[in-house]
Design a protein around this ligand. Structure first.
Ligand code: URA
Ligand code: SF4
Length: 497
């Protein structure tokens, strides 16, 4: 008989209990762990259960047979062993404990017991490796700081290893990604979610990018997912975890990097301390040259602050200054600015009536010979710079905010925002009741084919026309108000031909 289960100890335990009661012989069962055929579904909580660890496998009133506590601990540990045969072996030993010899585990010469103990040993060593070798990297995203690591244990050890980190780093938020599953700590509870099969790409940003992609899959679209997937592991369970019985020793030789991590955590990066409170635009503009909120000021020529009338009802947010903006000290004056000006004009918005700024105020680039090549700002840089953007938006209190491109959209809506899915829609944010994201003018310049360029431009134009119409409903800022369709229809767009 095939028994399909979700690959967790708890689910195996549930089936085993029932089969044992029915006196199903081990040889009659083929255990099929479904997680070993496919990866865990995102959001699926794994590895904890209401059954608890210390309960007898069979409670007294359902069956007089009881199983030693040690078996439960052993079985839980062995369930992390990477071998499909472990479930059969566990059931076989369970059967023998129940019907042949309650003290079977004490018989250390028993072939099956030996096998189980060897498996447990391997898992236990692996759990210690996870404790010792996991390297966290601090990632500052729009929700704050989180320490993230990717690690590939030999066995499915992340569930057993996680409580150690929860105890050690109780006040921090962290995530450990492994191919079999991922563990998360939010300061209060552990939760587990889908695995991440491949390591991050090399380079400083690899893990950050990996995390962003992963975060989007497990936490999107609404944070409610997080709550749904959260499965609490009460502290009282931890004491039953064998590898935690020697927690004090492990803590005693906690390596320096742990302390470094805590020291690092206290250093507050970002522009916050450079931004004067409740400042008007003039004061913000005057103080921004003092900012050292991230590394970018070191190589750029100057900060590029926003530009436009204080009364503007529409604020446009780009990514960061480009090469020409960096030299001129003004936003959108280079090639992307030309595209933007044209699109604004065609949409019926005069650029002089809107306020234009960027998510990041200093130019991020890489040097190739004499050329400075635009580099997309890191999430940490966007986050570092956000206090300036917030202060600007607070001073302006606009009716409509338009995010040009994904960097600006992430700065405003959060790191999980997906431009391709959510562009062109008015959404409410704390910056403006009407906040919308659309393509960046540079995306049009970078498009591979004339057709792609055309498509992107017409989407940008369409979205700006929507903005124009919306703002026209309250305050008229436009030179003229031709119908939306006429402005965005075929034949109108001559810019890129
Ligand atoms: N791209 C941007 O995002 N902003 C500028 O100011 C120029 C190019
Ligand atoms: Fe400050 Fe922003 Fe410049 Fe970084 S990019 S130094 S946070 S102004």
């Amino acid at each position: 008989m095939e028994i399909k289960f979700n690959g967790t100890f708890e689910d195996w335990q549930k089936h085993a209990r029932r089969l044992l009661r029915m006196r199903t012989l081990p040889a009659q069962i083929v255990w099929i762990a479904e997680d070993e055929q496919q990866s865990f579904l995102p959001g699926q909580a794994i590895g904890t259960g209401e059954s608890g660890l210390a309960q007898p496998l069979l409670s007294a009133n359902e069956n007089p047979l009881r199983v030693p506590k040690r078996f439960i601990t052993l079985a839980r540990n062995v369930s992390a062993f990477r071998d499909a045969g472990r479930w059969n072996l566990l059931y076989s030993v369970l059967w023998r404990i129940a019907y042949e010899n309650h003290h079977l585990l004490k018989i250390e010469t028993d072939e099956q017991v030996i096998q189980l103990l060897r498996m447990e040993d391997a898992v236990s060593r692996d759990v210690h490796h996870v404790h010792a070798f996991v390297r966290f990297k601090k990632i500052v995203d729009v929700d704050g700081e989180r320490y993230v690591a990717w690690y590939k244990p030999d066995h499915k050890s992340v569930w057993l290893a996680a409580p150690f980190f929860a105890a050690r780093f109780a006040s921090m938020r962290w995530s450990i990604l492994t191919p079999d599953g991922s563990a998360h700590w939010d300061g209060k509870a552990l939760s587990f979610s889908a695995g991440v099969p491949n390591p991050p790409n090399g380079g400083e940003d690899g893990l950050e990018q990996l995390w962003c992609r992963y975060y989007a899959t497990i936490f999107n679209p609404a944070r409610t997912n997080l709550r749904m997937m959260r499965s609490e592991m009460p502290q009282r369970f931890w004491q039953h975890m064998p590898e935690l019985t020697n927690l004090p020793q492990i803590l005693a030789r906690a390596p320096d990097r742990v302390d470094q991590m805590i020291v690092q955590q206290k250093k507050m990066p970002g522009a916050a301390k450079y931004v004067p409170a409740n400042a008007d635009l003039a004061l913000l503009r005057k103080t921004i040259p003092n900012c050292a909120g991230c590394e970018l000021y070191k190589c750029a020529t100057q900060p590029v602050f926003g530009e436009g009338p204080r009364e503007a009802r529409i604020v446009l947010i780009g990514e960061q200054p480009g090469d020409q903006e960096d030299r001129a000290g003004r936003p959108f004056v280079g090639p992307a600015g030309e595209v933007l000006d044209r699109a604004l004009h065609e949409a019926g918005i005069e650029r002089s009536t809107v306020y234009v700024t960027n998510a990041v105020k200093h130019f991020a680039f890489e040097e190739r010979g004499k050329r400075r090549i635009h580099r997309t700002p890191r999430l940490s840089e966007v986050t570092a710079c956000r206090p300036w953007l917030e202060a600007e938006l607070k001073a302006l209190a606009p009716e409509i905010v338009v995010c040009l491109g994904s960097t600006a959209a992430k700065a405003v809506f959060g790191a999980t925002f997906r431009l391709t899915e959510q562009r062109g829609k008015f959404l409410k944010t704390r910056f403006a009741t009407k906040t919308l994201a659309t393509y960046h003018p540079s995306a049009i310049l970078r498009a591979d084919t004339p057709q792609a360029r055309e498509n992107l431009y017409s989407m940008l134009l369409h979205d700006l026309a929507v903005v124009a119409d919306e703002s026209g409903k309250s305050i008229s800022q436009r030179a003229s108000t031709p119908a939306l369709a006429a402005r965005t229809g075929a034949g109108e767009n001559t810019l890129l031909r």
